[in-house]
Write a protein that binds this ligand. Structure first.
Ligand SMILES: Cc1cc2nc3c(=O)[nH]c(=O)nc-3n(C[C@H](O)[C@H](O)[C@H](O)COP(=O)(O)O)c2cc1C
Length: 357
């Protein structure tokens, strides 16, 4: 994301920092304050659990999305190809990383196009940063969609990252007007996504009123782009940016709070619960408190580089199936009616925001 002149190198550097550095936290997702109740006598057999969920006019076999990460740099064609292959195999949704590099240099388009060679039937979501989205004309925005025959286009609101990034452009002036215009003119739906600081009730409300029906909360508690940029600033010996990042690293809405805020603001929208979803246990809780599906980024990247991507996804989806059965539910709509306990600081957050529990 936030690709500038040296776009390709930065994209690779991000992957490197995420794989080697400590870039998660310091917040947690607050999903640890959400509890579902184990039902020891559940007669729901795993094979009868239906995890299907409608998404972008298609049906996912499991409520999971690999959220946008990469493309636009050497080597990323291979990663995107593999991610697309597993998305198709498991019947889950796939996002690509920021396509800005390919708008600036069409030779890079293939690093994104490759996903459609494999992901032929599952939904694929394009991606662009808020800063570029405001500046691009409708023609350029349509190119993003056409490049990968996207089922939706994600606009990522990475303002906090832009603030912390040594060469960032924290300027979203004109965003809402542009969202309204594009939501009206483009036949492909726009998804609004964060990248790790979460979407608030106010933001989701305003954007739903602007015509948006798809949100990916990407809350705090998982990959933290302020910490990623802090690592980069350290590598560049940019002491000032390093200290700026240190000062704001705790900023953000923890994922559990963000999912609930988004759901309250847009009861009929599709909400992707993401940001620090690290286990099936996290996933079922996110699904219970308001997410239609869950999104994952860093764990997928780690599993890809570790050579265990398919096992990772198989275990993750199996775990969602198992825990759904252990609550006594046969599908996700039953899961959403099961008891949930919201405790501690998350409860206080919701009460002080005036939300009923
Ligand atoms: C290496 C890497 C690159 C990313 N690039 C993008 C991007 O280009 N566009 C975007 O919207 N989000 C991007 N993200 C953010 C993820 O889609 C996701 O919102 C965020 O990492 C939180 O999820 P996680 O905690 O599961 O990693 C990137 C994440 C990673 C790990």
């Amino acid at each position: 994301m936030g690709l500038g002149g040296e776009a390709r190198l930065r994209k690779l550097e991000h992957v490197d920092v995420v794989l080697r550095g400590r870039v998660e936290g310091p917040n947690t997702t607050w999903l640890e304050y959400v509890f579902l109740v184990h039902q020891a006598s559940s007669e729901v057999h795993l094979s009868s659990v239906n995890l299907e969920v409608p998404f972008l006019g298609k049906t996912l076999k499991a409520p999971v999305m690999i959220t946008g990460m990469t493309g636009g740099a050497p080597g990323t064609e291979e990663i995107n190809g593999k991610l697309a292959e597993v998305a198709e195999k498991f019947g889950i949704a796939l996002g690509v990383g920021s396509q800005r590099a390919a708008i600036e240099d069409p030779k890079l388009e293939q690093t994104f196009r490759v996903v459609r060679e494999y992901a032929r039937n599952v939904p694929v979501v394009g991606n662009i940063g808020g800063h570029e989205f405001v500046r691009y004309d409708l023609n350029q925005i349509s190119r993003l969609v056409d490049m990968i025959n996207a089922d939706a286009l994600a606009v990522h609101l990475n303002l906090t990252q832009e603030v912390a990034q040594p060469e960032g452009t924290p300027d979203f002036r004109g965003l809402i007007a542009k969202v309204k215009l594009v939501a009206r003119e483009l036949s492909t739906p726009i998804m609004i996504k964060e990248v790790g600081q979460g979407l608030s009730y106010e933001v989701v409300k305003e954007l739903s009123e602007a015509g948006i029906k798809l949100f990916d909360v990407a809350g705090a508690g998982g990959t933290n782009w302020v910490l990623v940029e802090k690592h980069r600033a350290q590598r560049m010996s940019d002491r000032l940016k390093e200290l700026i990042a240190t000062n704001i690293a705790e900023w953000g809405i923890p994922t559990a709070a963000s999912i609930i805020e988004a759901r309250k603001a847009a009861p009929d929208s599709i909400i992707v619960g993401s940001g620090g979803i690290r286990s099936s246990f996290d996933a079922v809780k996110a699904l219970r408190i308001g997410a239609d599906l869950v999104g994952l980024a860093t764990p997928v990247l780690r599993a890809y580089y570790g050579g265990y991507l398919e096992e990772f996804l198989q275990a993750f989806i199996h775990g969602i199936r198992a825990l759904t059965a252990l609550t006594g539910s046969r599908d996700l709509s039953e899961l959403r009616r099961k008891p949930v306990i919201i405790t501690s600081i998350l409860r206080e957050w919701l009460l002080s925001r005036g939300f009923s529990l």
